[in-house]
Write a protein that binds this ligand. Structure first.
Ligand code: GLC
Length: 433
């Protein structure tokens, strides 16, 4: 399958990505030691540089067990994970040869966490994603050129990002790019990731980043590695963040979302979404043809906080019960036909209506041209009676399905499976003029 996200050397969307539906986004790094915002506490000056970096000394990863992560993510129903191999603070989680700033050499963890993560995910059948920030606020050559037209001026006004006027040093910048390209090469050749999740691109222009060249390097080395859109014109799919799009992006896409309000571990952030809310985010996302990339922020010892693990497992319970409507499905009805989200089987002959609140009396579908052979409650198997009212000439009328019995309802949302007499056909007109 080829995406039409953008023109460029990067058109490699792989079928596994759209079939997976759920990924887990792990922000793990030295910021978990003090529980401060990942890298941003450095940028914002919330923490002096020296204090931020001293977290290295207490980053033990003493209970880091990548196989336990993989089991948890599989129980959550995820098909892939993405780990912050290197965030904006420049601290690599693998034994990079291009910088001393990595947890293998500079922290008591002393282990290549990316290597352990990648093999554990693979062993559990999960696809391996690696997050990598173009920017590195700790690299001596990074703050050497200025963005010609920064899209977010307030986000480049930092001595970690931009040189003071007159202090530009293009040769230092070229060295920086060689370092970034070298690290991307390392990630590709050492870990063969299925997905590279770039970030930090807003601090330079596409030309400054040499994005076209980087995209070509990735294509040549790893033609099957999927890349997100933060390659400024060369990615495979769009990345809305922290809020559902109102209408589906035209390309392949993935919503990234935190479980509480933070990406990394922050013990004081207890604003966790409920399992019910996560089910809604997930169902709305897949109903519009997207994936959900759900964040977790492990503690410094490597364990996932139980309040996050419980929520992942809750979502997993819902996904397992409704797997038929989830995995390998495609976007369902456009808005207006059903009051909630819906998905469609890949052969387009079964429509899955997702009903969040217990339906009372009936569930109505408008504009469905197909005859409906059977309606069942997914997971319970019970068949529901249905009938059609109205309909005139071209207008198919309305389908009314009897509400399921309370004992057949699933926690957080029930799914009604409609077997159609053929591939789904919709009426989307305005009725008789
Ligand atoms: C933002 C933040 C970063 C986080 C990312 C996840 O770009 O800079 O901290 O990793 O969002 O999408």
């Amino acid at each position: 399958m080829t995406s039409s996200y953008e023109d460029g050397p990067h058109m490699t969307m792989q079928p596994w990505f759209n079939d997976a539906k759920l990924g887990i986004f792990v922000h793990y790094g030295i910021y978990s030691v003090e529980g401060v915002p990942e890298s941003w506490s450095l940028f914002d000056g919330v923490m002096p540089h020296e204090q931020y970096m001293r977290q290295l000394d207490r980053f033990t990863a003493s209970a880091f067990d990548a196989a336990a992560w993989a089991r948890l993510f599989a129980r959550a129903g995820a098909g892939y994970a993405v780990l912050t191999a290197r965030h904006h603070d420049g601290v690599a989680l693998w034994d990079t040869q291009l910088s001393d700033l990595n947890v293998v050499r500079r922290s008591p963890a002393g282990r290549d966490l990316v290597a352990e993560y990648a093999s554990a995910m693979r062993d559990s059948g999960l696809r391996v994603g690696l997050y990598y920030s173009h920017s590195d606020w700790n690299h001596p050559d990074y703050a050497s050129v200025r963005h010609p037209r920064p899209p977010h001026p307030e986000l480049v006004a930092s001595p970690y990002v931009s040189p003071s006027p007159g202090a530009e040093d293009p040769r230092a910048w070229n060295r920086y790019l060689d370092y970034r390209d070298g690290q991307v090469r390392e990630l590709l050749t050492r870990f063969s990731p299925d997905l590279l999740w770039f970030d930090g691109e807003w601090e330079r222009s596409a030309d400054q980043w040499r994005m076209a060249e980087l995209a070509q390097v990735i294509r040549d080395l790893a033609p099957e590695t999927v890349c997100n859109s933060r390659l400024l014109g060369h990615g495979d799919y769009a990345t809305p963040e922290q809020g559902l799009p109102i209408s589906a992006p035209e390309s392949d896409w993935e919503l990234c979302l935190t479980v509480n309000d933070s990406w990394g571990y922050r013990p004081h952030d207890v604003n966790h979404k409920t399992v019910g809310q996560l089910v809604r985010y997930f169902a709305q996302t897949i109903g519009m043809g997207g994936n959900l990339l759900l964040g977790v922020g492990p503690r410094a010892d490597g364990t996932v906080p139980p309040e996050q693990a419980r929520r992942l497992e809750g979502l997993g319970d819902w996904i397992r019960r409704h797997s038929e409507a989830v995995h390998a499905s495609v976007a369902g009805l456009p808005p207006g036909h059903h009051y909630g989200p819906s998905t469609l089987a890949p052969d387009r002959r079964t429509l899955y209506l997702i009903c969040f609140d217990p339906p009372s009396e009936t569930v109505c579908v408008r504009g469905l041209r197909n005859a409906v052979r059977r309606v069942t409650v997914l997971g319970a198997g019970t068949e529901l009676a249905h009938r059609r009212t109205g309909g005139l000439h071209d207008v198919p009328g309305d389908l009314w399905i009897d509400a399921p019995a309370p004992s057949d309802l699933a926690p957080h949302g029930s799914v009604l499976a409609l077997e159609l007499d053929g591939e789904m056909e919709l009426y989307t007109g305005q009725g008789r003029g």
